[in-house]
Design a binder for this molecule. Structure first.
Ligand code: BG6
Length: 517
């Protein structure tokens, strides 16, 4: 029999599960969210569904308005209808009509080019209209979900039209990836954005930081005593960070062929994982304290020289093969990819962090499309015991302890231990000790974008990349990109659906091997 409280929660559509917290219903200042590129793919698949889920949780501010901006000539009603369709198709929850009607009813649309001054006048009117109706100043959140060439154009136009600051409300700018294509372009983008906005108004998205499993890395490290004594060069032998995908590039050839695996994932998501895994404990979890510690890690990673790149980085491209039992084409056969493209769809690097904690420990990072399966994980391998006194005979595969942080899927943490095989002999074999989100919390985690959008409304920048982090990440990647651009040797290939190119093993130090994907 359900308690009265459970019945009330059920009636309200909130799951009656004591292990489910969901996104906290903290008071958030009334906000008008403006999405530039509101009819684009990201808004369609991620942003609008995430906003719906926040509304469903009751996590949106009580007063919330959304203005979509893009070039398409749509009425408010057309945009509202598109938003309904996006939510119906991509929301992780089946939409509730009442919640959806109320959310969509507060959506407006402004059409125009991002470089057209009159569009910003119309946008200004639309935001002021909401303020007038409510007799208060809403916070303004400008979300740039457009082609990257428009990021500085929009930021500057917002400044020119007096939209970047408000006397009675907070104004914030959210910038999607990619944040530049190399160090120079990132510096230039930061310079142009910061000529209009203050750094504390700017939220650079890296959606990996919105993943529950990534945030849990901080909790695992800094709320448990067990790991810290081991978390250093004396006990850690090597670390592997893998983001494997089984998908190809889909219809994104236009973007992907100019980007490649290093820019698309390693420069941002994987270096973020590296920072969180290896940073010192921040004094507090305030945005700047955390980011101060993170960026120190990247400053301790010596960038390679163009000459040393072949020793520390490998790239490759997928050839035709099979994934999930289906034959799939090679990268060069994908629609929109030039026949002579040398863009890498796989990249692996070996980095070192030259500080007291990590000197000498190799960090292997790899990412590829069209690999055997989708899986993002961090494997921290400890050093072997100095002497194994147990009988080797009949012991199966004794390996050093490994802590695996599974970012996705099968989110969780597992620690491999060596255990005795039951019986009269002292034979041993590896076993796993596991924590799985699915079983411990019995709930679906919020999507990364839900948490991140909420944080932008709260003004909490902890889970966003600061300007110096982005620049330090490019400083590490730039020489690799330069060396690859100069290199004319044939690009290594790997079959779609495989473990990646053989050449990746070149990066490994003696005794190390890549974990199976
Ligand atoms: C994006 C990349 O940033 O991350 C994509 O542009 C990639 O190419 C995606 O597929 C992976 O995200 P996730 O959350 O599926 O690991």
């Amino acid at each position: 029999m359900a308690t009265v409280e459970q019945q009330i929660k059920e009636a309200e559509g909130i799951e009656a599960n004591p292990l489910v917290e969901g996104l906290e219903r903290l008071p958030v200042h009334p906000t008008t969210l403006v999405i530039f590129g509101a009819t684009g793919d990201l808004a369609h698949r991620k942003l609008l569904p995430a906003i719906y889920n926040l509304a469903h949780e009751g996590a949106l501010p009580e007063r919330f308005n959304l203005i979509g901006v893009s070039r398409s000539d749509l009425s408010d009603e057309d945009f509202q209808q598109q938003a309904r369709e996006s939510i119906a198709e991509f929301s992780r929850r089946t939409p509730d009509d009442t919640v959806l009607d109320s959310l969509v009813g507060r959506m407006r649309y402004v059409s125009g080019s991002f470089d057209d001054a009159s569009m910003y006048d119309r946008l200004r009117k639309a935001t002021e209209e909401f303020d007038r109706e409510a007799e208060m100043a809403f916070n303004r959140l400008f979300y740039l979900s457009t082609a990257p060439s428009f990021f500085p154009v929009i930021a500057e136009a917002l400044g020119e039209h007096g939209l970047a600051h408000h006397d009675e409300a907070d104004v914030r700018l959210v910038v999607e990836k990619p944040f530049g294509t190399d160090l120079d372009s990132a510096l230039e983008l930061n310079r142009r954005i910061l000529s209009v906005f203050d750094e504390n108004q700017v939220f650079r998205i890296d959606h990996y930081l919105g993943k529950e499993t990534v945030q849990n890395m901080l909790v695992l490290r800094f709320a448990n005593m067990i790991f810290e004594p081991l978390w250093n060069r004396s006990y850690v032998d090597n670390v592997q960070i893998t983001a494997a995908e089984d998908i190809g590039i889909g219809s994104r050839a236009g973007y992907y062929d100019k980007s490649g695996a290093l820019r698309d994932l390693i420069q941002n998501h994987l270096l973020q994982l590296l920072m969180i895994l290896t940073m010192e404990s921040p004094v507090s979890f305030s945005a700047n304290e955390v980011r101060d510690e993170k960026v120190k890690v990247l400053h301790a990673v010596p960038p390679p020289s163009v000459e040393t790149v072949p020793d520390m980085a490998v790239r490759a491209q997928y050839a035709a093969g099979a994934t999930g039992g289906q034959d799939v084409p090679g990268y060069l056969e994908e629609e929109g990819v030039p026949d002579d493209s040398r863009t890498e769809t796989f990249a692996a690097v070996r980095l070192h962090i030259n500080n007291w904690r990590w000197a000498g420990v190799p960090f292997y990072l790899r990412h590829g499309k069209r690999l055997a399966r989708k899986g993002t994980e961090i494997a921290v391998t400890l050093k072997p015991v100095p002497h194994l006194a147990f009988q080797q005979e009949r012991s199966v595969g004794v390996e050093p302890n490994q802590l695996i942080l599974a970012v996705q899927p099968n989110e969780g943490v597992s620690l491999s231990l060596v255990a005795k095989i039951p019986g009269a002999r002292m034979s041993v074999r590896p076993v796993n000790m596991e924590f799985l989100y699915g079983t411990s919390f019995m709930s679906q985690s919020p999507e990364a974008y839900e948490r991140l959008i909420l944080d932008t409304m709260r003004g909490d920048a902890t889970l966003f990349a600061r300007n110096d982090e982005v620049e330090a990440a490019w400083a590490i990647c730039d020489p690799i990109l330069e060396a690859w651009q100069k290199d004319t040797a044939p690009l290594p290939q790997y079959s779609a659906g495989s473990q990646g190119p053989e050449e990746a093993s070149r990066l490994l130090e003696p005794g190390h091997r890549w974990r199976a994907i």
